[in-house]
Design a binder for this molecule. Structure first.
Ligand code: HEC
Length: 127
């Protein structure tokens, strides 16, 4: 039992220390502006999610998702409980979500997805 506990603790610390330092303004926001803003600039039918320089952070972190209000768009520290994360990794239908993988008709690179994962793991700071 103790061995199992130590093993699990090891897994948790390893996954935490693997999360690299990521800046929202320098690393994440440019991706959102380049790949998402074209459809998400206005609060309308696109899931009522507004992505622009000023509102992106406030509209994502700790905000209930429009489609699945029981889940936040971004739950700091928990990518698997973040609807935004599930949408960009095509896992949203499995939790009762709707619609398409984001970005619609396209996808982010593995490196971009990894960076967003690390940023959420780090607590999704406004840095
Ligand atoms: C070509 C247009 C288009 C692009 C580009 C796009 N989206 Fe969307 N997005 C939509 C539409 C339409 C919906 C509503 C239908 C749905 O949920 O799939 C939506 C819904 C969403 C939702 C659900 C919001 C909620 O609270 O329910 C999230 C999260 C989201 N998009 C994230 C993104 C991200 C992140 C990107 C960029 C990586 C992106 N989208 C790029 C069209 C787009």
């Amino acid at each position: 039992m103790r061995k199992l506990m130590i093993f699990l603790l090891g897994c948790i610390t390893t996954s935490l220390s693997l999360a690299k330092e990521v800046s929202f303004k320098q690393d994440i926001l440019p991706v959102l502006m380049n790949r998402c803003a074209i459809c998400h600039l206005k609060e309308d039918r696109h899931g009522y999610l507004v992505i622009d320089e000023e509102n992106a952070y406030a509209g994502l972190v700790n905000i209930p998702s429009y489609t699945l209000p029981s889940m936040k768009r971004i739950e700091p520290g928990q990518p698997d409980k973040s609807y935004f994360w599930l949408k960009i990794t095509d896992q949203h239908l499995a939790v009762g979500g709707k619609g398409w993988e984001m970005p619609y008709m396209s996808s982010l690179s593995d490196a971009e997805i990894q960076q967003i994962h690390d940023w959420i793991m780090n607590g999704a700071p406004d840095n």
